[in-house]
Design a protein around this ligand. Sequence first.
Ligand code: GNR
Ligand code: NI
Length: 176
Amino acid sequence: MSIKPLIILPDPVLRQVSKPVERVDGDLRRLADDMLETMYDAPGIGLAAIQIGEPLRMLVIDLAKEGETPAPHVFINPEILESSEQRSVYEEGCLSIPDYYAEVERPASVRVKYLDREGKLQEAQAEGLMATCLQHEIDHLNGVLFIDHISKLKRDMVVKKFKKLAKDKAPGKMVG
Ligand code: GNR
Ligand code: NI
């Protein structure tokens, strides 16, 4: 297993639409393990494959708190079958947009189908933080970020800040 570097805003890789997984095999399970290790190291509660540069429709989630028994979940080719009319608001963050948080309103519960890490078709009903996290991760599979759900004014400010950070970090920009 290994910890992979995270792709950070404004890298255009984050805007790619990820491709369905065709085969759940050893290589894919290794990718899932790398994603979990990278997520735990960050630390975060979810990670989509594209955040480590793999444009595949796979995500991992673990909502267990520090000190609790880890509860890793792997979702392959997830699809939302049904979203509740009821909405809920959570303060979201994203490992690809470090240290920025904003409230996002989403359906409070979702029904999803997906393949598990054995390649078996599963269906699940999620609510609370799990529902929010699943929607945040499935957005990543479609090149969508949580800042796409906030006001344009706030989004433009965040993107501008991260563009500047990327520029300041770029090689050959050390003078000044
Ligand atoms: O670690 C994360 N926390 C979080 C909090 C509220 C809603 C969504 C998330 S997901 C995020 C990790 C991440 O960027 N996943 O793509
Ligand atoms: Ni994210």
